[in-house]
Design a binder for this molecule. Structure first.
Ligand code: HPA
Length: 307
């Protein structure tokens, strides 16, 4: 699979889904900061002196990309306090820290959790918070998505220019700690225009056709109905998925610039005769993984020069 798949198994983890959607009673305004800091400290202990400049949230198919990092260190999510875990098939569930092309220090997440697995909004955003706390200057988010734009084809890659959060949740709900970020963060440039230019340049250099569009996030886990897809198109969405937005909101909160890439793994409901299935999502992601990696590699090389 070339990018993160949104429809997956049920989490097998240390969190009780019993409080999904609500904050644990113990969560005070400084609790989140101390949990994030404790997790970041655990990572720092494992890679002393390593200061990642870029964070990448990757699906399982981009594991090969993490393999290309040099001097790498892997840390299973299970070793990290408060880090939510997914039992998603094919998702490694680990952080890989290392150098891209020998020089650019990066931290990659192989696998992510989704709110449909039963996690509270703050938990879904927690891993991105930890990456930001490690001091990254850029966050790259990737996902599998259904194509709503009728000009899109299965296997296309789409640079995310903006999003619609129709998931019904927000990772910032709860007490705010100003040390992490402002109560009401600006989302006007959630997907950094400069990074978008770099992505376009990377696509051109690699001769990878790159679509652009608005990503809409729904909670899932059921796929959309054709009527919902017609509504989402009217609202301005080009691609639909069940992830990514929480991580982008957290990064905006913490002042970290973001770029996002969707793999159009299937046509959205009602746009093809084919039934929607996770198998199609996985197959397409697997098919495009090399092109996806090429785009990402070139983007990071150029990004590294500008950080
Ligand atoms: N809808 C929602 N999420 C998805 C889709 C889709 O069609 N494809 C991949 N993730």
């Amino acid at each position: 699979m070339g990018c993160d798949s949104d429809i997956d198994g049920v989490a097998e983890n240390s969190f009780s889904p019993a409080f999904a959607g609500i904050l644990p009673e113990t969560m005070g305004s400084s609790d989140l900061l101390s949990r994030v800091e404790a997790c970041a400290a655990t990572i720092r202990q494992r890679v002393p002196g390593f200061a990642p400049k870029v964070g990448l949230i990757l699906g399982s198919g981009l594991g090969a990309f993490a393999d290309s990092l040099t001097k790498s260190v892997s840390i299973p999510y299970a070793d990290l306090p408060d880090f939510p875990r997914s039992s998603v098939a094919g998702h490694a569930g680990k952080l890989v820290l290392g150098f891209h092309e020998g020089t650019l220090p990066v931290v990659t997440m192989q696998g992510r959790v989704h709110s449909y697995e039963g996690y509270a909004p703050w938990q879904v955003g927690f891993p991105a918070r930890v990456l930001c706390r490690l001091g990254i200057k850029a966050l790259v988010v990737t996902n599998a998505a259904g194509g709503i734009n009728t000009g899109f084809a299965v296997g296309d890659l789409m640079a995310i220019t903006d999003h619609l959060n129709l998931s019904g949740s927000n990772p910032l709900v709860g007490p705010n700690d100003e040390v992490l970020g402002p109560r009401f963060p600006d989302m006007s440039h959630a997907y950094d225009p400069g990074f978008l230019d770099l992505l376009r340049a990377a696509a051109k250099a690699e001769q990878v056709p790159l679509r652009e569009g608005v990503y809409v996030s729904l909670s899932g886990p059921s796929y959309e109905t054709p009527a919902e897809i017609r509504m989402l198109r009217t609202l301005g969405a080009d691609a639909v998925g069940m992830s990514t937005v929480p991580e982008v909101i957290v990064a905006a909160h913490m002042g970290v610039k973001v770029t996002g890439i969707s793999c159009i793994t299937n046509l959205a409901a009602g746009l093809s005769k084919q039934k929607l299935s996770h198998a199609e999502v996985s197959e397409t992601a697997d098919r495009v993984k090399d092109v996806f990696s090429r785009l990402l590699t070139r983007f990071l090389s150029n990004l590294g020069k500008s950080l």
